[in-house]
Design a protein around this ligand. Structure first.
Ligand code: ADP
Length: 442
């Protein structure tokens, strides 16, 4: 069923009004038609009532169609207007269309077909224009919303940037504080260790058993505290990029053996087995022996600390000509998958409660990670909760020399000659491994 249209005919000539009504009726237009004879009422009624279309006589008694159209548009009254012109008025059609008329029609051509066609076109075009205007309006609003959101985001970005700068500064101050404090605390700690060692020497006078026990405890705790201070100092230096590697040529097997032997008594105290499985064809490497030892010590002390029964195995092998791997395998408490990544972050421990069973600073693994990064190495971890863990450290057989690391010139020449020696040695690796074995046999 066709929709019923609300139509307004504005014409002072009754005959013309009747002609429009008849033509529309004859064309079968479903409508509710109102009539008006002059322009002054039109503005008022169109302000209050919605019409689908207005037929407007160009020549009204009080004004012409052009000025009425302009008034309608200036009052934002958006209704399709078809202007009915008399004979000879067609030349002003262009002006009418410019003023916003939907169409114009000469009264001499008022046939039902033409009138209905012009009416339907005008309504269709008007509705399409309204939809476009609505879509445009929505677009404008979304655009404004986007601009507002963008401004909010920009403000948030600036806020975050500021917070970031503050965080970086706070972190720098924290590192500086840690470095200064651990450095300052080391001096009195060394004195405590030194004097307790002196007291334990027989030539300093005989102590009673109880006194010896007390001094021994002071010494042990002092050493432990010094180890913790060194850990904090190393970490803060690594964080500030102020820790330099001191590469030298050395025998990796020997360093691994010495480190393991140093830790053996700790493993024995817990009745844990500790053995090395070495599969190195060529044990000579060019790296920082102290830092390689530190990496292994940290891994071993963790393995012993977090293992209650079973044992620890240290496996050393060549991955390729230029890469060696040291793996520390334990049968300890293991690590849950969710914690695997976290534990490499500074101060992160699986158990962070004050009442935790296992002591530590939470800096062992971050130090290992940072040292390996400096060496161009890597660490990988496999673990199963309740079963145990394997930490695999991969290091290049030859790290870059100090000159390549951009360090001071004074110490360069020594290290450059060490590197040269290393290159000469590895140039004849079979000879070297033989010589090392010989030395070990001796
Ligand atoms: P710390 O040992 O001083 O707590 P680390 O950085 O060396 O700090 O280790 C961080 C955490 O990773 C430990 O607190 C522990 O929760 C976990 N972890 C490290 N090594 C092992 C291991 N071999 N077995 C089980 N958990 C481990």
């Amino acid at each position: 069923m066709e929709e019923k249209l609300r139509i307004l005919v504005v014409d002072d000539d009754e005959v013309d009004r009747i002609a429009v009504r008849r033509a529309l009726t004859k064309a079968g237009v479903e409508m509710e038609l109102s009539e008006m004879v002059d322009g002054t009422q039109v503005l008022a009624i169109l302000t209050d009532t919605l019409y689908d279309c207005v037929f407007l006589d160009y020549r009204l008694p009080d004004q012409n169609g052009l000025s009425l159209l302009q008034k309608l548009r200036s009052h934002n009254i958006n209704v399709p207007v078809i202007v009915l012109t008399g004979q000879g008025d067609e030349q002003i059609a262009v002006e009418l269309m410019k003023a916003g008329a939907s169409d114009y029609l000469s009264k001499s051509r008022l046939s039902p077909i033409i009138l209905a066609q012009v009416l339907r076109n005008a309504i269709r075009i008007h509705r399409a224009e309204m939809q476009v205007a609505l879509a445009n309006q929505q677009l404008r609003e979304s655009n404004e919303l986007l601009i507002r959101k963008n401004q909010e985001l920009e403000a948030q970005r600036q806020h975050i940037e500021l917070q970031n700068l503050k965080l970086i500064e706070a972190s720098r101050l924290k590192s500086q504080f840690l470095a200064t404090m651990s450095h300052e605390l080391r001096t009195p700690m060394n004195a405590i260790i030194g004097f307790s060692q002196l007291l334990l020497r027989p030539k300093c006078g005989q102590l009673t058993d109880q006194q010896t026990d007390m001094v021994q405890r002071i010494l042990n705790n002092g050493k432990h505290l010094l180890m913790l201070l060194n850990e904090v100092l190393d970490f803060s230096k690594l964080e500030a990029g102020r820790l330099d590697l001191k590469p030298d040529i050395f025998d990796l097997s020997k360093v691994v053996n010495a480190t393991v032997e140093e830790m053996r008594s700790l493993a024995e105290q817990k009745h844990l087995s500790l053995f090395i499985q070495s599969d190195l064809q060529n044990p000579v490497v060019f790296n920082d022996p102290i830092r390689v030892r530190q990496i292994l010590t940290n891994l071993l002390s963790n393995a012993i600390k977090f293992t209650e029964s079973g044992g620890i195995a240290v496996e050393v092998k060549e991955l390729s000509e230029n890469e060696v791997e040291i793996a520390v395998r334990d049968t300890g408490i293991g690590i849950a998958p969710a914690d695997l990544q976290n534990i490499f972050e500074a101060f992160r421990q699986v158990d962070q409660s004050i009442t935790r069973k296992y002591p530590g600073t939470g800096l062992g693994l971050p130090i290992i990670k940072a040292l390996l990064q400096k060496m161009g190495g890597k660490i990988a971890l496999e673990s199963q909760l309740g079963e145990g863990s394997v930490f695999r450290v991969k290091i290049p057989r030859q790290i870059s020399s100090l000159a390549e690391q951009g360090q001071d010139r004074a110490s360069n020449s020594t290290h450059a000659s060490a590197k040269k020696k290393f290159l000469e040695t590895t140039g004849n690796s079979s000879l070297c491994s033989r010589r090392c074995t010989e030395q070990e046999q001796r």
